[in-house]
Design a protein around this ligand. Structure first.
Ligand code: PMP
Ligand code: GLU
Length: 399
């Protein structure tokens, strides 16, 4: 038989999805495992959103919609983005797709030619690297150190740009670090992009999950020229606990949005009509549950950060957004715990799952090899138990 596509063969399966599937399978098999793997809110989708979906079904909103989404949802996206992020877009500049992940893919499809370079600050969300490879582009990874708050400086960006650079993927607030760029930091980065005519794929899906009173700045709000160079990515998964509904959106200049829409018309056809109706309710309806969930995440973050830093051998810096903590395991490398020698973060996560019954994500696939990501989108009770188990595990005790 002939070989499979070389491009496709290079793509690795998503480690976050794999760990989540493994933890769910272990639970289904009766193992008392606690999952900190997938970044997925543990809350249920709010009732009024579910009611809108039920109404869509009974009202026969069950057919194809325009390929890039309904006008109603595009209007709702524009209104929400204006209210929350201070950015002005028209419905013709919005593309709705089956999740923000898919929007990043379509944005890359619209922008890059094979061989173009795409700058990716590390630590990065695992899917970005693979998505860049999937479109035949060349990832250029720029490492942001923990000591710099995991943030890439404008100078680091400038140093990474070559004549082949087409785009930068900027995820703010960040998965996996939870770090948030200030307005000044963003201005400096955007300035470099303008100087070199580099597009910014700005994934801001965690913008509503900010802590300590930190204010969010959308990169697209920094002026007309920056907005023109930006493809804003957002979605309902995180803010409204709607991961399974599969709705994300991109906002861009009309010409870019049109190309993205054309691409969608031949690939997904259209996003799920029922989920789109539910998303209109999410974006236009009351926003108080977003705030309730945010407060719960903040309390969990405070607990996990304080407790993790009190446990010898590991540490973490305090994230200002999203729902992830990066645990630094440098001090554990070379040590043997519960009979397993820890050479890498992958070794740590496997040993911790096997002997501590806790699922975490090793950050080797995130461009941060000495770190392990904990998603605290789980109950306080689970977080407490998970940290008890970390303590036990590090003390060499099996769970
Ligand atoms: N961007 C980031 C940074 C994420 O963490 C996620 C979570 N999977 C996504 C995009 C994808 O979200 P969606 O569920 O809308 O595809
Ligand atoms: N964004 C989440 C995570 O990082 C969900 C899983 C995924 O899509 O990668 O865990």
């Amino acid at each position: 038989m002939k070989e499979l596509s070389c491009l496709a063969s290079q793509v690795q399966a998503s480690s976050t999805m794999a760990i989540d599937a493994l933890a769910k399978q272990m639970k289904a098999d009766g193992v008392d495992v606690i999952g900190f793997g997938a970044g997925e809110p543990d809350f249920n989708t709010p009732e009024h959103i579910k009611a809108a979906a039920i109404q869509a079904i009974t009202g026969n909103v069950t057919r194809y919609t325009p390929a890039s989404g309904t006008v109603e949802l595009k209007k709702a996206v524009c209104a929400r983005m204006k209210a929350d992020c201070g950015v002005d877009y028209k419905p013709t500049q919005v593309v709705v797709s089956s999740g923000a992940k898919h929007c990043v893919y379509i944005a890359l499809r619209a922008l890059v030619n094979p061989g173009d370079e795409v700058i990716l600050p590390a630590p990065f969300w695992v899917s970005y690297l693979e998505l860049i490879k999937m479109v035949g582009a060349q990832p250029v990874v720029v490492t942001a150190q923990e000591s710099a708050g995991f943030k890439m400086s404008a100078q680091q960006l400038r140093d990474a740009i070559t004549p082949k650079t087409k785009a930068l993927i900027l995820n703010n607030p960040s998965n996996p670090t939870g770090m948030v760029y200030s307005r000044e930091e963003l201005e400096a980065i955007a300035q470099v992009c303008l100087e070199h005519d580099v597009y910014i794929i700005a994934d801001e899906i965690y913008y509503s999950l900010l802590y300590d009173g930190v204010k969010f700045t959308s990169v697209a709000s920094l002026g007309e020229e920056v907005r023109k160079h930006t493809i804003l990515i957002n979605g309902v998964s995180k803010a409204y606990a709607m991961t399974g509904w599969r709705i994300g959106y991109a906002l861009a200049d009309e010409a870019v949005a049109k190309v993205m829409g054309n691409y969608l018309s031949h690939s997904t056809g259209s996003p799920c009509a029922i989920s789109q109706a539910a998303s209109v309710a999410a974006l236009n309806g009351p926003q108080d549950e977003v705030e309730t969930m945010r407060q719960a995440f903040e309390a969990r973050r405070d607990y996990i950060v304080e407790r993790m830093n009190s446990i010898p051998g590991v540490s973490c810096i305090k994230p200002e957004g999203a729902f992830y903590v990066m645990m630094n395991i440098e001090q554990l490398l070379g040590k043997t715990i519960c009979g397993e020698t820890i050479h890498t973060c992958d070794d740590f996560s496997s040993a911790f799952l096997k002997h501590g019954l806790v699922a975490t994500v090793p950050c080797s696939g995130f461009g941060a090899p000495n770190f392990v990501r904990w998603s605290y989108a789980t109950s306080m009770e689970n977080i407490q138990k998970g940290l008890d188990r970390l303590e036990q595990f590090l003390a060499g005790k099996e769970h």
